[in-house]
Design a protein around this ligand. Structure first.
Ligand SMILES: Nc1ncnc2c1ncn2[C@@H]1O[C@H](COP(=O)(O)OP(=O)(O)OP(=O)(O)O)[C@@H](O)[C@H]1O
Length: 357
């Protein structure tokens, strides 16, 4: 078993409220990602689970048992940090074996465990090297192997891929997902990289200023963001937001109107924000629901081009084929897939009811 549940975690550092009532339920065997910008309280949450932070309020339950007062060593959790902190004078093999030696496992058990983990992480050929003879990415993999070789209740990982170059990071995302599946262990993984969260997690908790904004599958968080902030934080290019209000069966903004989506419940006149993702907009096809705009710029990205279109005072990001062309200033129409649009209350930022969707 490896369930982790935290309830109402609060923690202040002087005037900074790092955690403000954080509640999370991490199911056994899940790959649970805590996603948020720098300073959101992610590391503090992880340290609270590990028992490294004295809390102002809240509780930590491990496998259903209250572990709030337990010492870190009694919690049976393994922590993997950004920095790899390998023993410099020991070989990779000895580094990976060290947690097992500390537990007085037999040499044959240790050899079998190191072999299994180094094959999972593709580091067999590094086993006799010392940290100074390895690249940063190789050291990070050895550090991961050293953490994973144990069988703790859960693994707590704090941005373990940040020191890797982009190519290795992309590879390691796939590796970690595979390792997670083959170990069947619980991972609580902290990152500020939404692509990592979307590609690896089976559940994501989005954190901002010490408060949980939303918990759900990556798809739920992307397709049904709970508020305007989550919508903006998850997704690249960033979602475009247009100020508007409902008037009868229309949405009316500055210099544009669109049919009001069937599913929205907003009353007339209420200030709203219409959220449109780049892939739900088109400048290449003409549909019934469209916004008049002006080409602002083109951002060719190889496999696609992001077209910036000015609508009123806002710039909309539109995903287009790489062959799309145009001249800044040129008038055009942006076709909107209203079934996939989002509406938020402009005051609270909360998503409007989607009951009818
Ligand atoms: N020991 C400390 N003393 C004072 N302030 C702290 C301490 N630890 C964290 N903080 C503050 O608490 C807030 C949350 O920090 P935390 O490290 O949990 O954020 P984070 O989401 O992990 O950020 P990052 O992605 O930058 O690591 C920040 O404002 C940070 O400056």
């Amino acid at each position: 078993m490896g369930t982790v549940a935290v309830h109402g975690l609060c923690k202040s550092f002087g005037k900074v409220q790092a955690l403000d009532g954080v509640t999370l339920d991490v199911p056994d065997g899940s790959f649970f990602v805590v996603l948020g910008p720098s300073g959101a309280g992610k590391t503090t949450t992880l340290r609270a689970i590990a028992g490294l932070e004295k809390l102002d309020a809240g509780s930590v339950h491990l496998d259903g048992r209250d572990a709030t007062g337990d010492a870190p060593a009694a919690r049976d959790l393994a922590m993997v940090f950004q920095s790899y902190a390998l023993y410099p004078r020991r070989t990779a093999y000895e580094n990976i074996a060290s947690p097992l030696r500390a537990r007085r496992c037999s040499s044959s058990e240790i050899a079998a465990a190191v072999e299994q983990m180094s094959s999972l992480l593709h580091i067999e050929r590094l086993l006799q090297r010392r940290p100074a003879q390895m690249s940063g990415g190789e050291m990070q993999r050895v550090a991961l192997a050293r953490a994973l070789v144990r069988r703790p209740r859960a693994f707590l990982m704090d941005e373990p891929l940040t020191n890797l170059d982009l190519k290795l990071r992309v590879e390691m995302r796939t590796e970690l997902t595979r390792i997670h599946r083959s170990l069947g262990a619980t991972f609580v993984y902290v990152t500020n990289d939404q692509v990592e969260a979307m590609s690896m997690a089976d559940r994501v908790a989005v954190l901002k200023e010490g408060k949980v904004q939303q918990v759900g599958t990556p798809t739920e968080v992307y397709e049904r963001p709970a508020n305007q902030w989550v919508a903006g934080f998850v997704g690249s290019p960033r979602i475009s937001l247009l100020a508007c209000r409902a008037e009868g069966d229309r949405l009316v903004g500055e210099g544009w109107t669109l049919p009001r989506p069937r599913w929205t419940t907003a009353e007339d006149g209420r200030p709203l924000l219409l959220g449109l993702r780049a892939e739900d907009l088109s400048v290449e096809q003409r549909g019934d629901a469209s916004l008049p705009g002006e080409l602002y710029g083109l951002e060719p990205l190889g496999d696609r081009t992001v077209v910036d279109v000015r609508v009123g005072t806002e710039i909309l990001k539109v995903k287009a084929r790489p062959t799309v062309t145009g001249t800044p200033g040129e008038r055009l129409h942006v076709t909107v897939d209203l079934d996939r649009a989002h509406l938020f209350d402009a005051g609270t930022g909360l998503a409007l009811s989607e009951a009818g969707r």
